[in-house]
Design a protein around this ligand. Structure first.
Ligand code: HEM
Length: 481
């Protein structure tokens, strides 16, 4: 391996063959954060045979996204997501190129665009009402604790279903919806399971943990169901039935390329893949962000009191909080920011892959290097944040720092060409859901628990979840029905 270490960033030596694979533990973003004090903001690792660069400071992230965005714009694809060639049909896992550009354009112009978001305001309010109703039912009129994460996930899933397919997938009248929900959950779980074949690619053909095999089975089930949804829509369109408002499925089916860049049409299989992907990308990220925010409020009664008083002052208790109220709720906005700073749903973003050898921060980064941008560590950077480990929404009341990818000390949605495309939706849903939970209920702790006993331990799967889900007893407080 002579010469292989020329001009690379520093990092721990690692074992033969396995490299640093076993040093990262269950919470790699935390381990990498600790390595920063020894090696600095850029750390070089070898995970099995995969060269890996970890970027852990705002300055290094700024240099990457401003000067080398294209060179770092490919994705490293986990083996499990090559089932059915998922990566080649998807937006988030696709190589940087024509197919990705077409999907990105369609999404940002026709689906996750502000105009469409404004047109679907009432839909989101209705879905929040459903969530409140489910929580009330589960708590049997405020007498039992509820596990909030379940309802948040159902809400986010239902929302994506309505926006993509105009279907209430969780409605009792849609049994296929329930089946879709169950198999989608299995796919999400598998996609977040560590796989040795990703570190030692020569093992891929063996699939030692059977992850790809299981993925083929479970993803196959979801694809089968979503292809029934697509077929139904195609039949409807053939028979002349047109929806009043076009949803994203219509957009995908209507797409015709210009013959220059990307595909001429989105094949039926790839339509299914994009449908799946939006559930993938949109449900868990959003719901866990709300859960983290809610947990922080329960742990910090003063912050909860501030949010509640603000909502009571601006909205009152006779009507439900609406998206149009958000501009007048600065403290709530600060709580959301502080939550995303400390608990980014994807702590290492989605891994990038270098497309060419690049001179970066004085180092030579080879082509085909996996790149982790540690947004979790950057949000805790002591040079950028005062008292970085403490939940203090007030810090945002007097600053203009945003999470739109321009302020590199705060990048929970990433930055550059591959920044999260779901931002306009996620931004609205996280605010509205938190406000709705605070406005609708007084929350009590289960017996023997309180703000001091609520832990903030993490568990990393596809996203960074709370290890121990929040449980609390909701007591109805909103007067309006
Ligand atoms: C709080 C909620 C969310 C968070 C924290 C989040 C975070 C992220 C992050 C960090 C990335 C990678 C960015 C990068 O590589 O620089 C990403 C990509 C992506 N997100 Fe989100 N996301 C959220 C919600 C959503 C929603 C609601 C959707 C869609 C319904 C969505 C769709 C996507 C897609 C398709 C990509 C891939 C973009 C590409 O590769 O070009 N996300 N997200």
């Amino acid at each position: 391996r002579k010469g292989s270490n020329k001009n690379r960033p520093p990092g721990p030596t690692g074992w033969p063959v396995f490299g640093n694979m076993f040093e990262l533990g269950d919470l790699p973003h935390q381990t990498m954060y600790k390595l920063r004090s020894k090696y600095g903001p850029l750390v070089w690792l070898r995970l099995g045979s995969i060269h890996t660069l970890v970027v852990q400071s705002p300055a290094a992230a700024a240099e990457l996204f401003k000067k080398h965005d294209v060179a770092f714009s490919d994705r490293k694809v986990p083996d499990a997501l090559t089932a059915f060639n998922f990566n080649a049909g998807s937006l988030g896992m696709n190589a940087y190129g024509g197919h990705w550009r077409v999907l990105r354009r369609l999404c940002s112009m026709e689906f996750l665009v502000n105009k469409r978001m404004n047109d679907t305001t009432a839909l989101r309010r209705r879905i929040m009402d459903n969530m409140v109703h489910w929580i009330e039912e589960e708590s049997q009129g405020g007498t039992r604790e509820v596990q909030l994460s379940r309802f948040l996930f159902l809400m986010a899933f239902n929302l994506v279903g309505n926006l993509m397919l105009s279907r209430d997938l969780l409605n009792a009248g849609d049994p296929e919806g329930r089946e879709f929900f169950d198999s989608m959950n299995k796919v999400l779980e598998l996609a977040g399971t560590p796989n040795i074949a990703d570190f030692l690619p020569f093992l891929k053909w063996l699939d030692p943990l059977g992850i790809k095999k299981r993925m083929v089975e479970d993803m196959g089930k979801t694809m089968k169901i979503s292809s029934r949804f697509v077929q139904e829509r195609l039949q409807e369109r053939k028979s002349g039935k047109v929806n009043d408002t076009k949803d994203f499925l219509d957009t995908l089916l209507e797409y015709k390329g210009d013959g220059k860049d990307g595909p001429d049409e989105i094949t039926e299989k790839n339509v299914n893949i994009v449908i799946l992907e939006m559930f993938f990308a949109g449900s868990e990220t959003t719901s866990i962000s709300i859960e983290w925010g809610f947990a922080e409020l329960l742990r910090n009664p003063a912050a909860l009191k501030n949010v509640r008083e603000e909502i009571d002052r601006v909205v009152g208790r006779e009507r439900k909080v609406e998206e149009s109220d958000m501009d007048n709720l600065p403290y709530l906005q600060a709580v959301v920011k502080e939550t995303l700073r400390l608990h980014p749903a994807l702590p290492l973003l989605l891994p990038r892959n270098t497309m060419q050898e690049t001179n970066y921060m004085g180092y030579l980064i080879p082509k085909d290097t996996q790149v982790f941008v540690n947004a979790w560590a950057i949000g805790r950077d002591p040079d950028s944040w005062e008292d970085p480990l403490t939940f203090k929404p007030e810090r945002f009341l007097t600053s203009n720092i945003e999470y739109k990818g321009q302020h590199f000390e705060f990048i929970p949605f990433g930055s550059g060409r591959r920044i999260c495309i779901g931002f306009p939706l996620a931004h609205r849903v996280v605010h509205l859901a938190l406000a709705t939970l605070v406005q609708s209920f007084d929350w009590e702790f289960p017996a023997g628990e309180g703000p001091k006993t609520l832990d903030m331990d993490e568990r990393l799967g596809l996203t960074l979840r709370k290890k121990n889900p929040v449980k609390a007893i909701p007591k109805k407080r909103l007067i309006v029905k």
